[in-house]
Write a protein that binds this ligand. Structure first.
Ligand SMILES: [Zn+2]
Length: 49
């Protein structure tokens, strides 16, 4: 299983799934704003429940 995790931009709440958070957010253009979140938080943030 690939070591992928969920990350959330603390500025615009964009969700990213991958091996690391993006350096620059593609949505709000802020740098180093992604934090790692768990699957439950990711579901909530994405509105999937
Ligand atoms: Zn953002």
């Amino acid at each position: 299983m690939p070591d992928k995790k969920f990350f959330r931009c603390t500025v615009c709440n964009d969700i990213h799934y991958g091996s690391g958070g993006p350096e620059k957010c593609p949505t709000c253009q802020q740098v180093n704003k992604y934090i790692e979140i768990d699957i439950e938080e990711a579901k909530k943030a994405a509105g999937i429940e």
